[in-house]
Ligand binder design. Structure first.
Ligand code: AMP
Length: 591
């Protein structure tokens, strides 16, 4: 069977879409011997199953001329578990039937019910909806199933799992017995078997595309991280892959909200999808992804079920899925319709065993790797930058004149450097990750405990990576401001906007005094430095007692014993050495 054997309206729609040949599941359901049969189909996610059932019931709703001979009452009904999935199915069937005079109407929880009523009233050929809303319409008499010739239950196992058995039974009981029933389901648990026995006649089972387990187009990676480093690892994964569209899965709405905010703050164009968003917010988020205004979607499992986003090539399991089934559903958002995709599971060290066993159960071979570090990302950036900048360009007359003017004013080297900087400025900064195994972290911790640094106080300063903070110029600045030597500065942690560093407790008083006195001086006096009230985000802190907040109360000295000679206006009396200068913007670097 090829698409050209189909009625002209359908064949044309598929051709306009650029679909040349049926996928395996489409070829299977289009077998001419199965035109009237009830089917139970398990096809891998992304296999083209929506078009498959859309074509399958064409035999029931199109006349011999390939067009709908409508009475205005629905001929086909598709029931899907979630609003997003139902709307997606509805969109897919709309283009598929655009040349066949079919009207597709969706009835979906969270959308305007009176508009749906009006649309149903003015005639629908195919109705697509979620179980609860369809039942409402049925009970109110606005959905008339008396002429239904085919019904499809999409992700039937999921609908039963979600507790929609009653709704499904009520809807199926209201349809004529002569109708065709098609069940699409990844698994065949007992309640599904019962449903099939009761509502189908002599159903044929079809499994295609490597069966329910196959995700042949998805490469799996498991990335181990320190538990405190999950967000940084996610940022680096996004930066490393630079997917057109990526989806990130979290376990709860709260975690979605938090990660979404973090990513936005770091400069990613991200949207969020979870149960706390209204239907219209969710639709807007999906639209932003479809028309590339956003490239990252942070979602909960329920919100992202069954989503088909074009160009989605990266799935990140930010929090480990609760079981192998969820792992596959989430991962199946990529690797669709023959395209390649990557699914990355972020694994905090203590959960490694659990993930290994989940992967074994799902018969998935994952590559265990470290999260990409800053250097790897910058190297990748350089490659991509060269590729982009060396692409052929078409130059029109206006641009050519502009280019000539620039070349008169600047050297080609300067212009090339500016071009590179402009491109780079669009990319969020990669994160500095901790060394990536418990043993390596312990070793690093030991190494950092230089003599004299087993009892330290943390300070912080209000410049970070965004201000291009770098130990090469921070060290001389701190020495100048705090009247200490380089050897008296311990670990330095550079964050996006703040840098933490250690000073031996014995030198901390002297350091703070000097800070107060040098505040406002030239050469770094405008950098605000103070005792840090909280630890830098770093689980490899030398010891709990050495942390920035360890044992230091406002007004107390950093030394073990109170310092008798401390003047009353000593800067660190309130933990703020010197007056706080205006927020600084990076200026001339002192190197
Ligand atoms: P689904 O499994 O229904 O979620 O479909 C996954 C994606 O495959 C959708 O974007 C479909 O439009 C696309 N698709 C369906 N059938 C074909 C086909 N025969 N050739 C290429 N792409 C297809």
């Amino acid at each position: 069977m090829t698409f050209s054997d189909l009625p002209a309206g359908l064949a044309n729609a598929l051709a306009e879409r650029g679909y040349e040949a049926p996928t395996p599941v489409q070829a299977a359901v289009l077998d001419p011997d199965l035109r009237e049969r009830d089917l139970i189909v398990s096809a891998q996610t992304g296999s083209g199953k929506t078009v498959a059932f859309g074509l399958a019931f064409s035999a029931q709703i199109l006349g011999s001329d390939g067009q709908v001979q409508s009475t205005g009452k629905p001929g086909a009904l598709v029931i899907a578990p979630t609003r997003e999935l139902a709307l997606q199915v509805s969109r897919e069937l709309t283009w598929l039937y655009q040349n066949s005079k079919a009207r597709v109407v969706s009835c979906v929880g969270g959308m305007n019910p009176s508009q749906e009523r009006r649309e149903l009233k003015s005639g629908a050929t195919i109705v697509v909806g979620t179980p609860g809303r369809l039942r409402d319409h049925l009970e109110r008499g606005t959905l008339d199933l008396s002429e239904l010739a085919a019904v499809v239950l999409d992700e039937a196992d999921e609908m039963l799992d979600m507790g929609f058995r009653e709704e499904l039974e009520e809807i199926l009981d209201a349809a004529p017995e002569t109708r065709r029933t098609l069940l699409f389901s990844a698994t065949m648990p007992r309640p599904m078997e019962a449903l099939a026995r009761r509502y189908q006649r002599d159903a044929l089972r079809i499994a295609t595309g490597g069966g329910e387990r196959g995700h042949n187009d998805i490469a799996y990676q498991a990335v181990t991280v320190a538990p405190s480093e999950i967000e940084n690892a996610v940022i680096n994964l996004l930066r490393f892959h630079e997917a057109d569209t990526a989806i990130l899965f979290c376990a709860t709405r709260e975690n979605v909200r938090h990660l979404h905010a973090t990513l936005q703050e770091r400069g990613f164009s991200a949207v969020a999808l979870s149960g706390e968003h209204s239907q219209s917010e969710r639709n807007q988020a999906l639209q932003a992804l479809r028309d590339r205004r956003a490239s990252v979607c942070v979602a909960t499992d329920v919100a992202a079920r069954g989503l088909d986003l074009p160009n989605l090539s990266l799935v990140i399991h930010v929090e480990i899925p609760r079981d192998a089934e969820t792992l596959q559903h989430r991962s199946g958002r990529t690797g669709r319709a023959g395209k390649k995709g990557t699914a990355v599971i972020v694994v905090p060290f203590p959960r490694r065993r659990r993930v290994e066993s989940m992967l074994r159960n799902a018969r998935i071979n994952a590559e265990w790797i470290d999260a990409p570090d800053r250097e790897a990302i910058l190297a990748m950036d350089r490659e991509r930058l060269l590729k982009t900048l060396l692409m052929p360009v078409e130059v029109d007359e206006t641009d050519r004149k502009l280019a000539e003017r620039l070349l008169n004013e600047r050297t080609p080297q300067e212009l090339a450097a500016m071009l590179i900087q402009a491109h780079r400025a669009k990319m969020p900064e990669p994160e500095e990750l901790l060394i990536n195994s418990p043993e390596a972290q312990a070793a690093a911790r030991k190494e950092r405990q230089r003599p004299g640094f087993d009892d330290v106080v943390w300070f912080r300063m209000d410049i970070g990576r965004q201000q291009k903070a770098d130990p090469r110029w921070l060290l001389p600045l701190l020495c100048r401001r705090g009247h200490i030597s380089r050897n008296q500065i311990g670990a330095i942690r550079i964050g996006p906007r703040v840098t933490h560093f250690q000073i031996p407790r014995a030198a901390a008083d002297k350091f703070a005094d000097a800070l107060g006195r040098t505040a406002g001086d030239e050469n770094g006096g405008d950098v605000h430095i103070e005792l840090s009230p909280d630890a830098p985000q770093d689980s490899t802190r030398p010891s709990r007692n050495n942390g920035p907040s360890a044992g230091r109360k406002k007004g107390a000295s950093y030394a073990k014993k109170p310092h008798k000679d401390r003047p009353a206006n000593s800067p660190e009396r309130n933990g703020v050495p010197g007056k706080k200068p205006k927020p600084r913007k990076p200026k001339k670097r002192p190197v």
